[in-house]
Ligand binder design. Structure first.
Ligand code: ATP
Ligand code: LTN
Length: 337
């Protein structure tokens, strides 16, 4: 039987966090055998917020190294940089002509991010979900593993795909979200009501995958808990709950097992337990990333290979779409390469 196809991506908009690892990357690795997986580093999404060019380049490369270090097999999966496949932008334009101001204005991520930008809101930020729809529909992905925060964008992708199919005939697979069955979101260690996000202002509550040992230890030991002093799993103790989630996910234990592990212990031991679990996972990951970053030409070869494979699939969908909407077919590729 043909495997179902998966597409997902992470923006190189900051250094990757433990949230990205537990909410995305680690789950992707688990899916690679069962599905045909396409994983992108979505640099075109990252520039919806102003980036420093040098840093963007470096982080895109680092993100590629992290994908591999986390265990994604670049032969088994297609791993590539979004801007290396121009079909994303091309399909994005066409889908933008089939989406509405009203539906895009309702996106909460847009509302959140734009509320801090005064009068200078880039239109790219508004169109962001259309490009995300193009990413997914270009490959006719069946499933899209993302965190819950992306549900609204996925719904929009489905709406655009259905609308296009109705107007022009069966073209796109209607994708579904694939949510991590363990479903945990990782929250900021300083403000545990807020999701741990790579582009947050205050970095003290964020565990970056490439933070050094000392920094990781310091951030965890200073994480906010509460004055109750008992380790239990409930919404009135968001800091403790978050630490338990991190521990359980990293140690691959259930919450019950984790609670049993910390029974009769205090917050100091909880933090020590989390620190050990974090270091056991991240130090080996960092070692692999460093090795990969020392071998840039290998990374660059993989990027080229990934982009070629992605493009071979993307071209077919784009040509189909262009034909359906009435563009004259390009006779050769000479304008493009
Ligand atoms: P940004 O701050 O630039 O918006 P982000 O850190 O929120 O970035 P994304 O690039 O938007 O991360 O997300 C990549 C993937 O990681 C998504 O599937 C998202 O759901 C998941 N993810 C991000 N942060 C967390 C988190 N704190 N807990 C669980 N999953 C997360
Ligand atoms: N919007 C996503 C990143 C992203 C994505 C995608 C995820 C861009 N294109 C396509 C899945 C499929 C985010 O912020 N997490």
């Amino acid at each position: 039987m043909k495997k179902q196809r998966i597409f997902s991506g992470i923006q190189p908009s900051g250094n990757l966090t433990l949230g990205n690892y537990l909410g995305a990357l680690r789950n992707w690795v688990a899916l690679q055998e069962e599905y045909e997986c396409i994983y992108s580093i979505v640099d075109m999404h990252a520039i919806t917020v102003r980036q420093n060019p040098q840093e963007l380049r470096e982080r895109s490369l680092l993100t590629m190294a992290l994908y591999l270090a986390a265990g994604l097999d670049p032969q088994e999966n297609i791993v590539f940089i979004q801007s290396h496949v121009p079909e994303h932008a091309q399909l994005g334009w066409i889908l933008g002509c089939n989406s509405y101001m009203g539906e895009l204005s309702r996106m909460t991520q847009y509302k959140d991010k734009s509320s801090r930008m005064g009068d200078s809101i880039p239109t790219g930020l508004f169109n962001y979900p259309v490009l995300m729809a193009a990413d997914i529909l270009l490959y006719n992905a069946h499933l899209v593993p993302v965190g819950e925060d992306q549900t609204q964008h996925l719904e929009l992708t489905r709406d655009i795909a259905v609308r296009f199919n109705n107007a022009y005939g069966e073209t796109f697979v209607i994708p579904k979200g694939y949510f991590n069955p363990f479903g945990a979101r990782i929250y900021d260690l300083q403000t545990p009501e807020k999701i741990m996000s790579k582009s947050s202002q205050n970095q003290q509550g964020i565990l970056f995958l490439l933070d050094d040992e000392k920094t990781l230890k310091r951030k965890i030991s200073r994480s906010v808990t509460d004055s109750l002093g008992t380790i239990s799993y409930n919404d009135h103790q968001p800091g403790v709950k978050n630490l338990l989630n991190i521990f359980a996910l990293l140690r691959e234990l259930s919450i019950e097992e984790s609670l049993a592990y910390f029974e009769g212990k205090g917050y100091k031991q909880l933090k020590d337990g989390v620190t050990e679990a974090v270091l056991d996972s991240l130090l080996p990951l960092q070692k692999k990333v460093n090795e990969l970053m020392d071998n840039r030409s290998y990374l660059e070869d993989l990027m080229l290979h990934g982009a070629q494979r992605a493009r071979a699939l993307a071209k077919v969908t784009l040509a189909d779409v262009e034909e359906k909407i009435g563009f004259i077919p390009r006779r050769t590729d000479e304008y493009r390469d």
